[in-house]
Design a protein around this ligand. Structure first.
Ligand SMILES: Cc1cc2nc3c(=O)[nH]c(=O)nc-3n(C[C@H](O)[C@H](O)[C@H](O)COP(=O)(O)OP(=O)(O)OC[C@H]3O[C@@H](n4cnc5c(N)ncnc54)[C@H](O)[C@@H]3O)c2cc1C
Ligand code: FES
Ligand code: FES
Length: 1377
């Protein structure tokens, strides 16, 4: 091993992984724990983002802490954990807790049986977070703690409800899981009580009598054999079985114990190496640390690596010397003193939280006002996995202007203790520490030793504030730390000291000096408050184009935060009898604590009346493999020995001529194998989903940032990326079009994309006297990133001397991969095979855009005759693979004084980006759905696709339908507001009735709109809730509630007729088992499960006899992409067709012996030489459309649904919370109610992201602080999906009963896309709440709210005395459209 000045330890660096001792190589300092684990073949731990933002890589780390004398278990993000930082520790991955051979852990079993896994890519991360929570606690967690603990885990499929339900059973409030009766595998649960007095084991979540000794709290001198083990229900300390407490929780072997060797092992000094000569040191004591700092004054210190890891990975910063301070005792010490608490700089944030809580418990209340503020702020600081490793010192020394803690350290008058490399100490006030952007008052030879937080005094109050895009796990837009200390003067309290520090408003945390000076000796009364507003405006000035944008919002937040603090302090003084104020009771709402009770829900469906597999709430076929991490995804496939890794060379300009490409330096990179550009492509360089208007690799001109110019291959991924960095490209820039508005101005459209459909005579109607009112408006909505948890990946290899090509791809369309690869290589499709086992989510994003990945990898694979894998990093995936289309709608609507719509003239434009891809079809669906469910006698809709210099936008669940429908709901709502009528009344008044002829000529048949609408109305008790909301709003000035009900009608079928066809291959084997292959891809939506149910029901065999292995182009050719919600309909029919063929061939044998079991029958047929394999086919009948006449029936049928939402907003910050959602969907006779309900909930929460949370920001005219054409929101750090904390407090989902659909298999209906739009009920409920807020300030009637309704838009639309200094009441925050 490496050495420094004779300090090297004599033992090799080790760690334990899942109980197995491993010696670490000495030269992998550059590797993350995730890379190391996956390199060991432990591929259950997934790479979702690489930046600590998704939780897919969660593992549990255990170590013995000699200072705390306890065993510490922590969930961490393996993607940010340097592998050497866990030296001497025990790492438990998903593989270590249960699997299909050893049996499932109760957590795994519960998640599987509760339908908490759809695509399964996020699933191991959730299991590990929950596992670490249980093992790290002394008692069972509360439901709130479970929800909080999951804030660092994202799921894009399920909508979280089933995950929370699955985990809730481990909370102390629900005992049902601790019994054999629990978890019966259906949506409903039985609850059985644990006997009184039984203790729940914190490690397993099961009853036992281990008396809390299952982990931690013992000294290292105790017998290690008896320490840190889980215990069985008899309290035995080790070697226990987890048994079958959860039905089918079949794990029979022992739980992994903490390795005895690690108890007694003294942490040793480490000196190791990494790529490019990186040096890694881990001193074991202060002396060694200072020695190292002396020897390497510019060395980078690291603790949790949550900041440094981002810098090295994304900003490509190279730190040649790294020193980890995690094992230096002094840096981890906590010292509670009489005057305050001293915290070592390497103390983790989780520990800080514990310490603060302990101080709160043990010190007088007036001393811990600052502790309370830190506790609250840490609640919203990142996710648990980050807090478990990130350090106090790391946060301070990063000196980020948006650090959540630095404003609080300053406000609470903390002192930072510095130590230099000679051991001399000095103290610096926190207020003097931050000198410039990411620069601190610390010399090169100094380190941060500790932080001292003084206790607060009587009448001294400290408070934290933070507003982010999303409440959970998000960095602040603005945060603040505020303190005021009152003293008595002439019998009145006056301000003796005050500090107001704001983060996110400048390069360093800014103190409001003028305000502080102004307040000196002032009384705390309303007129003081009025004056402070002016001083604050002088103190904190945010320039229009300051980085991060949102100047108006951020300035308003500064004022709002101060107002909240003023009120809060006033109420505290009032409580202590020191102040009488005149604030109305309704003002209390400004300071109400955020409180979200654990979410609750109900799922209701009609049980199947048949005894066959169809209609049963069967668990997802892969669920058990997904919860154990055994389910294999493309990137998990073992790389063949000669395999190469690929990295793309991408354009950095939105529009430019390529002047030169210089790849000469790539050769300098070890392991480099080749760089390929357009000139190397053996076949055609022209590709495209519908028309070939894209180039695989750009030749002369690039038309967006992120366009591929070439591909590099090398022996390792790191080498491939390093070589790609070395390719130098010179450009000559050209003007770029970066938004729909730009495109409209300069006439930039994709050619031939105009669409026009007319019904009646719009002009004549407007000109007549029929319309009592006419108005015009625009509706703008931003895009949405798919954020499937599994990024795009493809592994391509050749065989037979390069004559045949194979690939495994993460795609919704293996056929497109086959086609693209054949085309770019210039070989026939018959020699190319694409296989897809399952994908970690697609949502439309892997329908066409993934094919490029396979085609790019195929070029070097074919030319070098070596396997090549191309996996896109999350940031690259987000940049180059397109998103949901932003839309702009311009409408003119005429209606009667009752609110009946008479005429609508609508123009809609979508932002296609730099190629057409599916934008035209997306526009078509928006055109078709632009009526939503409303009868419009005179209707003209025109549409066109804009060409912009942004990455080409593509399919996304709903495929333009939601965009068309939300435009409709906007003008409907406007009619309602103009007539002062509840929007729900206007909606009902305009409903399309049975048989109504739509603007494109199709008739609405079997219309269940009224039934779903009335069902929701009844379920949510609409009138009652509206009146309760009105009462709430009267009583709360600064918090408002709103309600809305929204209907939907979604047309089922691909709008391109030829795509409505499906094939399947069914093979019956002589043992009676059945192998089904069909053209559809399993992406979490349960397609394979439903198809297997159909096959099982058809043959009358159990589900266990049916197997679906993969989708493969050599089994079922020419398949359409798995999309348009229609796959169960189509592939179900195709499979049924094949089953029926086989059954009819079997019939004669069966007639001869009707008592034969299916396996015996199959064997008997085989002996009779009957073909037991059949190809099935289905083409959706009776669909057609003619764009020339604008008439036809493009859809097979419609799926109807309706939703109710109630929300509460904080009008001062724009924060919102969903109180309740009720949904009723008509899914005919459900094929599988558990899967269908999962689709509804998942789609709704994804839709929630679209309408209220997820904002895509491009470098355009609205965002001048982003480089032109670059994507700002390129990862989970900047782009915020809903988390478990964002889901409705109450979530009720019902499937409409007694509504068989005559037009689809087994009377079912398609479900994938239709529910997504129902989330717009949240958007309109938010708008309703804002209406009430505006009314308080004299603003009545309609106002424009663009989508998504982020906190910025909510806050600014509330338009009160705080915002008016910065923006007018009709201000429209900036949006990339
Ligand atoms: C997903 C994610 C979410 C996050 N969310 C938040 C959030 O909500 N709020 C927020 O404020 N931040 C957030 N952060 C930022 C980050 O987590 C914090 O800044 C964290 O506290 C850094 O601690 P660390 O131990 O990981 O630092 P490291 O990355 O290990 O080090 C950070 C810096 O501190 C220096 N340093 C560390 N210790 C010392 C010392 N003793 N003396 C001198 N220099 C030292 C290092 O040299 C380095 O420059 C987030 C980060 C991620 C990845
Ligand atoms: S992959 Fe580690 S948090 Fe996303
Ligand atoms: S199941 Fe969670 S991301 Fe797919």
């Amino acid at each position: 091993m490496g050495s420094l000045g004779g300090l090297a330890a004599d033992a090799p660096p080790i760690l334990y992984v899942n109980g197995k001792r491993r010696i670490l190589p000495l030269d992998i300092a550059h590797q993350t724990l995730l890379e190391y684990l996956r390199g060991l073949g432990l591929t259950g731990t997934k790479l979702g983002c690489g930046e600590g933002g998704c939780g897919a890589c969660t593992v549990m780390i255990s170590h013995f802490d000699p200072h705390q004398k306890s065993l510490i278990h922590r969930a961490v993000n393996a993607c940010l954990t340097p592998v050497y930082s866990v030296e001497g520790m025990h790492v438990i991955t998903i593989e270590g807790i249960g699997n299909s051979q050893r049996g499932l852990h109760p957590i795994q079993e519960s998640l599987a049986t509760q339908h908490g896994s759809q695509c399964g890519f996020c699933t191991p991360g959730f299991v590990m977070s929950m596992y670490a929570l249980l093992r790290s606690r002394k008692g069972p967690p509360t439901e709130e703690e479970i929800e909080e603990n999951l804030s660092g885990n994202l799921c894009r499929c399920t909508g979280y409800r089933p995950i929370l339900d699955a985990f809730r059973v481990f909370a102390k409030t629900d005992d049902s899981v601790y019994s054999n009766e629990a978890c019966n595998g259906t949506v409903a649960k039985k609850s059985v009580k644990v006997e009184k007095g039984t203790r729940i084991c914190p490690s397993t979540g099961r009853p036992c009598d281990c008396n809390g000794n299952s982990q931690g709290q013992f000294s290292s001198t105790e017998n290690p054999e008896s320490q840190g083990h889980l215990c069985d229900s008899n309290g035995k300390a080790q070697g226990q079985s987890l048994g079958t407490d959860i039905k089918n929780a079949s794990k029979t072997d022992s739980e992994l114990i903490f390795p005895p060797e690690l108890f007694s092992r003294t942490p040793q000094y480490l000196s190791l190496y990494g790529r490019d000569g990186i040096l890694w040191f881990r001193p074991a004591n202060l002396k060694d640390l200072l020695g190292l700092k002396h020897a390497h004054p510019d060395a980078k210190l690291i603790v949790g690596n949550t900041e440094v890891g981002i810098e090295t990975r994304f900003k490509k910063v190279v730190y040649p010397v790294l020193i980890s301070t995690t094992h230096v005792a002094e840096f981890n010490a906590i010292n509670v003193r009489d005057d305050g608490v001293e915290i070592g700089s390497s103390v983790t944030l989780s520990r800080l939280l514990d310490v603060m809580r302990e101080c709160m418990r043990e010190r007088p209340a007036h001393e811990t006002s600052a502790c309370a503020a830190f506790i609250e702020q840490l609640r919203w600081f990142a996710g648990a996995q980050i807090r478990n490793v990130a350090s106090v010192g790391g946060n301070i020394c990063t000196a980020s202007p948006i650090s959540d803690l630095n404003p609080l350290w300053i406000a609470s008058k903390s002192l930072f203790k510095l130590i230099d490399n000679k051991g001399s100490m000095k103290e610096v006030k926190a207020a003097d520490f931050f000198v410039a952007y990411r620069k601190v008052a610390m010399d090169r030879n100094e380190l941060l030793y500790s932080v001292f937080l003084p206790w607060t005094r009587k009448f001294e109050y400290v408070k934290e504030f933070k507003q982010a895009h999303r409440r959970d796990d998000d960095i602040a837009l603005v945060n603040a730390g505020m303190r005021v200390f009152f003293t008595e003067r002439d019998g009145t309290l006056v301000v003796k000291e005050s500090t107001f520090v704001f983060g996110g408003v400048g390069p360093v945390p800014l103190s409001a000096k003028k305000t502080e000076a102004f307040l000196q000796d002032k009384e705390w009364k309303e007129e003081t408050l009025q004056n402070v507003r002016a001083t604050l405006r002088e103190d904190i000035v945010i320039a229009e184009n300051a980085p991060g944008g949102m100047a108006e919002f951020r300035s308003s937040l500064v004022a709002s935060f101060f107002f909240k603090f003023f009120l809060l302090s006033s109420y505290k003084l009032e409580q202590q009898g020191k102040l009488v104020h005149n604030f109305p009771a309704t003002y209390k709402s400004a300071v109400a604590d955020y409180h979200k009770p654990p979410s609750r829900g109900s799922q209701s469906y009609q049980p199947s009346e048949t005894s066959t597999a169809v209609g049963q709430p069967t668990m997802h076929l892969s669920a058990r493999m997904q919860v154990t991490g055994e389910a294999e995804y493309t990137d998990d496939i073992l790389m063949p020995p000669s395999g190469l890794h690929a990295a793309l060379v991408l354009s950095t300009k939105p529009h430019a001529h390529i002047m030169s490409i210089d790849a000469s330096e790539t050769e300098m990179i070890a392991g480099f194998e080749g760089f390929f550009t357009a000139k190397d492509i053996p076949g055609g360089n022209d590709i495209g989903a519908i028309i070939a208007d894209e180039e695989l690799f750009a030749t002369n001109v690039v038309t967006c940032v992120g366009q591929a110019i070439g591909i590099v291959v090398a022996d390792t991924l790191e080498n491939a990326k390093a070589a790609a960095q070395k390719v130098k490209i010179e450009y000559e820039e050209l003007p770029a079009v970066l938004s729909i508005e730009d495109a409209l101005k300069v006439g930039s459209f994709h050619p031939g994309t105009e669409r026009l459909i007319q019904r009646g005579d719009v002009e004549a109607c407007f000109a007549s006297d029929d319309c009592d009112h006419i108005f015009e408006g625009t509706v703008r909505m931003g895009g949405q990133e798919h954020f499937y948890l599994e990024p795009n990946t493809s592994l391509v290899w050749t065989s037979d001397g390069g004559n045949e090509i194979f690939m495994a791809s993460s795609t919704q369309s293996p056929q497109k991969h086959q086609k693209y690869v054949a085309h770019v290589l210039g070989i026939p499709m018959s020699k190319v095979v694409c296989k897809t086992k399952r994908i970690g989510g697609g949502f439309g994003g892997k329908e066409t855009k993934s094919a490029f990945v396979a085609a790019a990898a195929a070029v070097p694979a074919y030319l070098l005759r070596k396997p090549v894998k191309l996996t896109l990093d999350r940031d690259i995936d987000m940049l180059i693979t397109g998103q949901r289309h932003p839309f702009l709608g311009k409408y003119k609507v005429g209606y009667t004084k009752e609110g009946k719509v008479l005429a609508l003239d609508l123009a809609i434009y979508n932002n296609g980006g730099n190629s057409l891809d599916l934008s035209h079809s997306v526009l078509d669906r928006a055109v078709f759905h632009s009526d939503n469910v409303y009868a419009i006698p005179n209707f003209r809709v025109f549409g066109r696709v804009c060409f912009t210099n942004l990455a080409s936008n593509t399919a996304f669940r709903g495929f333009g339908g939601p965009q068309g429908m939300i435009i409709a709901e906007n003008w409907i709502e406007r009619i309602a507001r103009s007539l002062n009528t509840p929007p729900e009344k206007i909606r009902e008044l305009n409903f399309q009735e049975e048989g109504y002829e739509l603007h494109y000529g199709q008739r609405v048949e079997h219309n269940t709109l009224h039934r779903v609408w009335d069902g929701v109305k009844e379920s949510c008790e609409f009138e009652k809730r509206r009146s309760l909301v009105e009462i709430f709003n009267e009583q709360h000035k600064w918090r408002k509630r709103g309600v809305a009900m929204v209907p939907t009608k979604f047309g089922i079928s691909f709008t391109a007729k030829f795509m409505n066809q499906a094939g399947a291959l069914v093979q019956v084997y002589t043992d009676g088992t059945v192998l089904v292959t069909h053209g559809g891809v399993e992406m979490g939506q349960g397609l394979h499960t439903k198809v297997a149910q159909i096959a099982a029901a058809s043959f009358g065999i159990p589900m266990s006899s049916v197997f679906i292995s993969e989708t493969s182009t050599d089994k079922v050719p020419n398949a359409s992409p798995t999309a348009a919600s229609a796959s169960s309909d189509m592939y179900g029919q195709a499979v049924l067709d094949a089953c029926e063929q086989i059954k009819s061939r079997m019939q004669p044998v069966k007639e001869e012996n009707s008592s034969l079991s299916f396996s015996k029958l199959a064997n008997a047929c085989h002996l009779e030489r009957i073909d037991l394999s059949a190809h099935g086919f289905y083409a959706t009948p009776d669909i057609n459309f003619d764009w020339v006449t604008g008439r036809g029936s493009p859809f097979s049928y419609f799926t109807f649904g309706a939703a109710f939402a109630e929300v509460e907003i904080d009008t001062l910050t724009g924060d919102f919370q969903i109180q309740r959602v009720d949904i009723v969907m008509d899914l005919g006779t459900s094929l599988n109610p558990a899967i269908d309900i999962g689709q509804i909930e998942g789609a709704f929460i994804q839709g929630l992201g679209w309408v209220a949370l997820e904002e895509v920001k491009w470098g355009d005219k609205e965002h001048l602080w982003v480089k032109p054409g670059h994507l700002f929101t390129q990862g989970p750090g900047t782009y915020k999906l809903p988390t478990a904390n964002d889901i409705p407090g109450e979530f009720h989902v019902s499937l409409l009963k007694d509504a068989p659909n005559i037009r689809a298999i087994h009377s079912s209906k398609a479900v994938g896309e239709p529910p997504l739009f129902l989330a717009s009920s949240v958007f309109f409920a938010i708008k309703d709440a804002i209406m009430s807020a505006r009314a308080e300030h004299g603003l009545h009637g309609f106002f424009v709210l663009d989508s998504p309704a982020t906190p910025e838009r909510i806050r600014m639309a509330c338009a009160d005395e705080f915002t008016k200094a910065f923006a007018a009441a009709d201000f429209r925050p900036k949006l990339s459209v």
